[in-house]
Design a protein around this ligand. Structure first.
Ligand code: NAP
Length: 251
């Protein structure tokens, strides 16, 4: 009998999979059996080696999601490299920090374009293939700031709150077409994205003091949730945002 978490033969596209959480997710999907394409700006050679070490096929697709017009090409290249697209993980994201009183239009627009506009249009492009195939999985990477306000990150909070809402809207429209749309909300993970927070001694201590698990997350900690939401084990899960946060939200 096939294990419900088995992804053998599935084709996954992970955006921003060269580093951090995207790399952790790409490798976890490969270890569960999926072939993986990674779309982004920087070389994903390290991720490629890890995916291939798991015995799966790997493809690297050049894409800059600050311009959403690349989304059709990214999906087409995934399909031609891997033979299909069953799983899309919208992981690429950026953050800008400034007081709300001083926040600039470019810090607003840059973040909203990568974190929410490109997420929608890439999901739309992938879903056209998934609808035709009668099945698909879309996993959006949300944040604690999909639930909370945060501070000094106006466009990031707006984009990630938008991701949680968009996840529900797409689930409503696409569940009946065989597509499961869900999100993962990571807590505080040690990646480039949180380097500034970890370097600030008092913010670091404040954050650690609030995490019941008592440590920053490691990108590997997201693998189980990603495999679950990509697999048949979550067949009846639609529109949810699953927190993987060491207990942060429970505090
Ligand atoms: P990261 O190490 O900074 O990785 C971000 C990824 O997004 C990189 O692969 C980056 O590529 C890619 N990216 C950024 N702008 C892009 C663009 N215009 N076009 C293509 N790719 C682009 O940070 P991370 O922590 O792993 O973040 C991954 C996701 O998790 C983001 O959506 C982030 O908001 C979210 N998240 C992170 C945390 C955390 O604690 N770390 C918590 C909650 C949510 P380059 O290497 O080329 O820049």
């Amino acid at each position: 009998m096939t294990h419900p978490f088995d992804l053998t033969g599935r084709k996954a596209l992970v955006t921003g999979g060269n580093t951090g959480l995207g790399q952790g997710i790409a490798v976890a999907l490969a270890e569960a059996g999926a072939d993986v394409a990674v779309a982004g700006r920087s070389s994903a050679a390290d991720t490629g080696r890890m995916v291939e070490a798991a015995g799966r096929r790997f493809a690297e697709i050049k894409a800059d999601f600050s311009d959403p017009s690349c989304v059709e090409r990214v999906v087409e290249e995934t399909v031609s490299a891997l033979g299909g697209i069953d799983i899309l993980v919208n992981n690429a994201g950026i953050i800008r920090r400034n007081d709300a009183l001083d926040f600039t239009e470019s810090d607003w627009d840059d973040v909203m374009t990568v974190n929410i506009k490109s997420v929608f249009f890439l999901s739309q492009a992938a879903a056209k293939r998934m609808v035709a195939a009668g099945r698909g999985r879309i996993i959006n990477i949300a944040s604690m700031l999909s639930f909370q306000g945060g501070i000094r990150v106006a466009s990031y909070t707006s984009s990630k709150s938008g991701v949680a809402g968009l996840t529900k809207l797409l689930a409503n429209e696409w569940a009946s077409k065989g597509i499961n749309v869900n999100a993962i909300a990571p807590g505080y993970f040690a990646t480039n994205n949180t380097e500034a927070l970890r370097a600030d001694e008092s913010r670091n201590a404040e954050i650690l003091g609030r995490i019941p698990a008592g440590r920053w997350g490691d990108p590997k900690d997201l693998g189980g949730a990603a495999v679950f939401l990509a697999s048949d084990a979550s067949a009846y899960v639609h529109g949810t945002t699953l927190a993987v946060d060491g207990g942060w939200l429970a505090r």
